[in-house]
Write a protein that binds this ligand. Structure first.
Ligand SMILES: N[C@@H](CCC(=O)N[C@@H](CS)C(=O)NCC(=O)O)C(=O)O
Length: 207
């Protein structure tokens, strides 16, 4: 089994689904959490291939891209977290990237806005624009299956990403986003409930 080291900030963000996948896969790993000054210094030294995190070092070899890392962990741990069926897999990839790529990039500028009124305006535009499109799309994907998760009753890496997003919105930690944001998307909200209640997620949070 390779040695695994996951580098990210000391926050959930893009890393939390990976940490939970590693936990579910029972793969030992070093959970390396760095503060921004250390991140900046390491980036300056060229420690991160694309200048960003998360980075999973596999036997010391740095690998980037959250989706690729999640699929690797799912496969390495021989879990059910990534479907073998091609259509189920494309649904998982598409929903995962919708939130990990489209929504993450759309929300990113608002994290750097210090004026609360401006930040709330940005979040309103996000909720009415790219986030609404993303939620509507994913709502349709979940609705095409039997639920509560994206492809049915089995938790996948996409459910980790979606479930974490729902948890973040509900937490009140993101100004302007809340449980109310998800009101028009009952299937996504129900996925968030099922995610929070999933025995593996409960065990991860209780560890
Ligand atoms: N496509 C990458 C994006 C990674 C990314 O944007 N990471 C952010 C943190 S969530 C980052 O490192 N931002 C710092 C920077 O780019 O300066 C992925 O999916 O992993």
């Amino acid at each position: 089994m390779p040695t695994l080291q996951l580098t990210y900030f000391d926050s959930p963000g893009r890393a939390e689904p990976i940490r939970i996948a590693l936990f579910i896969a029972k793969l030992p790993f070093e959970d390396r959490r760095i503060k921004f000054p250390e991140f900046a210094a390491l980036r300056e030294q060229g420690a991160f291939p694309l200048g960003s995190v998360p980075v999973l070092a596999v036997d010391g070899r740095p690998i980037v891209q959250t989706g690729a890392i999640l699929r690797y962990v799912a496969r390495l741990g021989q879990t059910d977290l990534y479907p073998t069926d091609p259509f189920a897999a494309i649904v998982v990839d598409s929903a995962l990237e919708t939130f990990n790529d489209t929504v993450s990039h759309a929300i990113a500028p608002s994290f750097f806005e210090r004026d609360l009124d401006k930040k709330l305006d940005m979040r309103r535009a996000l909720a009415a624009g790219p986030l609404a499109l993303a939620c509507r799309y994913v709502e349709g994907l979940i609705g095409a299956g039997s639920g509560p998760f994206l492809t049915g009753t089995t938790l996948t890496i996409a459910d980790l990403v979606l479930g974490e997003s729902v948890r973040q919105y509900r937490s009140g930690n993101l100004d302007g986003l809340s449980a109310e944001t998800l009101a028009p998307y009952p299937k996504l909200a129900a996925l968030g409930d099922a995610y929070a209640a999933h025995p593996s997620v409960v065990a991860y949070n209780a560890r």
